[in-house]
Write a new protein. Structure first.
Length: 291
């Protein structure tokens, strides 16, 4: 018997390289085109608002697709008539942010770091409060404000809008503060810092992203509020921009250039703040998701 008959012969066939799965060129381009089309549909109302605001006074239905003849008359009229309302909305929004963070930050810290009895019930109540329709809260506040003399006042609107910002801020900041290692606060206490000092020196700097996120959403809630402004104001002494724009449409229904200019001016603060705080908001929302 020969040796070649007993030993297996080596495989002399060339090894085949694994085939790479190639993606057709139409796939990525198709997704890109679809994304651009969806984005164009979503942004078209904003473009049309800006386009009409730069056109001469007239009906929006007769406006050309591009502002060939630019005119700033609408912005001039809007600033003269709605400038005070813009300042009022800015004061109310900033005040609501400050009040909401002053209450929500310590409450979130206590619920996250301390063993508070009944903390689950408190969180459940906070969550339920977010589900109450705004019209119910507005009607209840109207009766209370009428007795307290807070109707047609900036502090009254700040308190009303904070009723939505405080629960949301507690939920956002508690999830973030719950992911902070207890060893940090324990080290601060060993150095002689009490709970309040540790909160201001350790917890708040670390929770910057969560604070900015909660403050930004509270600002947006308040800036776009219409229900509280309509229910809790009965005259023109205190009028946020949302209510001013609503009443503006009835006055300048034939001059959509001024109406759209007011809408553009009311959108600028929110857009600027979102652009500046975008990365902080993304980090604050996802910061407490993974421990």
């Amino acid at each position: 018997m020969s040796l070649s008959a007993t030993l297996p012969l080596p495989d002399t066939a060339p090894a085949q390289k694994p085939r790479r799965r190639t993606t057709g060129a139409r796939g990525p381009w198709g997704y890109t085109v679809a994304g651009i089309a969806i984005l164009a549909v979503l942004l078209f109302p904003l473009y049309w608002m800006l386009n009409v605001s730069l056109q001469p006074s007239g009906s929006a239905a007769q406006t050309s697709w591009f502002p060939f003849s630019l005119s700033l008359e609408g912005y001039s009229t809007a600033i003269d008539d709605q400038g005070a309302n813009l300042v009022t909305s800015l004061v109310i929004s900033v005040g609501s942010v400050v009040l909401s963070l002053l209450i929500a930050a310590p409450a979130a810290y206590a619920l996250a770091q301390f063993k508070v009895r009944g903390a689950g019930i408190v969180l459940f109540g906070i969550l339920i409060s977010q589900m109450i329709p705004g019209i119910v809260v507005a009607n209840a506040l109207y009766s209370a404000y009428n007795d307290l003399g807070l109707l047609n006042s900036i502090p009254g609107l700040i308190l009303a809008n904070s009723s939505a910002g405080i629960p949301f801020g507690i939920l956002i900041m508690r999830s973030f503060m719950g992911s902070i290692p207890p060893s940090l606060t324990e080290a601060a206490r060993m150095d002689g810092a009490g709970p309040i000092r540790a909160f201001f020196l350790i917890i708040l700097p670390i929770s910057r992203n969560a604070l900015i996120t909660a403050g930004m959403f509270t600002f947006l809630f308040t800036w776009g509020d219409f229900l509280f402004a309509l229910t809790l104001t009965t005259n023109a002494d205190v009028r946020p921009i949302t209510l001013g724009l609503y009443q503006y449409i009835g006055t300048y229904v034939s001059d959509w250039s001024t109406v759209m200019a007011t809408a553009v001016l009311s959108s600028v603060p929110a857009v600027v703040l979102l652009v500046l705080a975008q990365r902080y908001i993304a980090a604050g929302v996802t910061g407490g998701a993974v421990k």
